[in-house]
Write a protein that binds this ligand. Structure first.
Ligand code: 2HG
Ligand code: ZN
Length: 455
């Protein structure tokens, strides 16, 4: 079976070197075994089709791999799988201004697409801290969200067409960039968010939009967690927000320590809100800020006076994840409907205080979308595996709260290996049965990304 793989790929397109297996066999998660048998670098569709046929014939298991920035273990190869890297399929193939569509290979880096849009006086609004290395294919596989969802939606909202290779080797052109297409099941949307369990995303038609007007950034100090929601309500009434993020003082501490930057406000504050809006609504935003101040929801604030200042305020939020990585955090990425947030926040706070009294908890996230990132930091004196097991064992309690609030155990990072055991807290038994049945239709021999999403 190894020989067949070597016949399919040129020697510079396949590696079994231990350092390559370690590098391409994982994403940004820690704690999972990394043990692929090979990594291959296809350059064209036909190689992927042949590889899938070979895998079906010889029982190989395949793990699609993009920018490896995932946080749920969706691109980890633990059991001798062949990693299929899209590093060499990184070209922008076509741009059609009439449709504002860009045809991309799956390995196009998110920032490359964003820059391409700017070069054509347009905008690709899906954005997050890992834009400089994440691949479009991975964004599609996890339906990635990020910092502009409150105005622009998720990756799903920008994908107008997909070329995929199913787990049985069929090549599908889904939707072909159409705006309107009322011809039954939209298979494109099954692949978006499928975490590589149904097949490979090879190319995509991505929709661009008009460039936004200049933006302003405000950073506010909010003493009480619950009041963040009141601030959101006030600002939403006043302006059209393009971002509404929050983070805790502990998160800020970690960024300041890692990046050696100063405080954004004179005094420390338990929580901070970072929001972005159109410059033309500055007066309305300032008015809303005054109101929040008068109500005591906000104690201080700063407004960006230049693009450079806006960028440095954004860095305080966007650098959190990376600044926390030395602490091997156990991550939760949960969401509820915004209307359920206040009660949910109280419940989660109580739970966290009761269950994790000895751990440092870093709160941050896209609170305007109802999305919280809860990072539990590993104490120095605790072994990694013991820490993981401890956190994993407590997770059901958190996810029960999520379930009671009809929320999601994974808002934007995907299920992967990390949350697979907890899927039942967000999806019913009937849904999971149907998901498994769908997997069987697209990937009858179960060659695609084994162990991810579904047990
Ligand atoms: C973010 O919003 C990312 O910064 C990463 O989704 C979150 O590392 C995390 O928990
Ligand atoms: Zn996020």
């Amino acid at each position: 079976m190894c020989e067949a793989l070597d016949q399919l790929f040129a020697s510079n397109q396949i590696s079994r070197r231990p350092q390559d297996l370690a590098h391409w066999g994982k994403d940004r998660t820690t704690g999972f075994t990394v043990a692929p048998s090979a990594v291959v670098f296809p350059q064209q569709l036909s190689e992927i089709v042949e590889l899938v046929k070979l895998a079906n014939r010889d029982g190989l298991k395949l793990v699609p791999s993009g920018g490896r920035t995932g946080l749920s273990g969706g691109a980890v190869a633990s059991q001798g799988e062949v990693v299929v890297s899209f590093d060499r399929m990184h070209r922008i193939l076509d741009f059609n201004p009439a449709d504002r569509l860009v045809r991309c290979q799956a390995g196009v880096v998110t920032a490359t697409l964003q820059n391409f849009a700017v070069d054509h006086d347009l905008y690709y609004p899906v954005d997050f801290a890992s834009s400089g290395s994440s691949h479009l294919g991975g964004n599609i596989a996890t339906n990635a969200g990020g910092i502009k969802v409150i105005r622009y939606g998720l990756t799903r909202d920008w994908i107008a067409g997909l070329q995929v290779v199913t787990g049985s080797g069929a090549v599908l052109e889904c939707n072909r960039g159409l705006v309107k297409n009322a011809t039954g099941y939209d298979l494109r949307h099954l692949f978006i968010g499928s975490e590589g369990t149904l097949g490979f995303v090879v190319e995509a038609d991505v929709r661009l939009t008009a460039a936004p007007e200049p933006q302003r950034v405000m950073l506010l100090g909010v003493p009480k967690f619950r009041d963040i929601l009141a601030v959101l309500g006030q600002l939403q009434k006043a302006v059209s927000l393009s971002a509404f993020e929050f983070f805790s003082e502990l998160a800020l501490d970690k960024v300041r320590a890692a990046r050696d930057v100063g405080r954004p406000l004179t005094d420390p504050c338990p929580f901070y809100v970072l929001l972005e809006f159109d410059e033309s609504s500055l007066a309305a935003a300032s008015h809303a800020f005054e109101h929040c101040l008068a109500e005591g929801w906000v104690v201080d604030g700063v407004l960006s006076q230049s693009d450079a200042q806006a960028a440095s305020l954004w860095a305080l939020r966007e650098d959190i994840s990376e600044s926390l990585s030395p602490f091997a955090p156990y991550k939760s990425d949960i969401s509820v409907r915004v209307r359920d947030m206040p009660g949910f926040l109280d419940d989660v706070n109580k739970l966290v205080d009761a269950q994790y009294p000895e751990f440092e908890i870093c709160w941050y996230g896209h609170i305007g979308d109802g999305n919280l990132h809860l990072n539990i930091l590993k104490p120095d004196d605790l072994d990694g595996e013991a820490f993981y097991q401890l956190c994993h064992a407590i997770s059901p309690k958190l996810y029960e709260l999520v379930a009671i609030n009809h929320g999601s155990i994974s808002a934007e990072h995907g299920v992967g290996l990390l949350k697979r055991d907890f899927l039942k807290y967000s999806r019913s038994a009937s849904e999971i049965d149907l998901m498994r049945a769908l997997k069987g239709v697209f990937d009858p021999n179960q060659i695609m990304n084994p162990g991810k999403l579904l047990v």
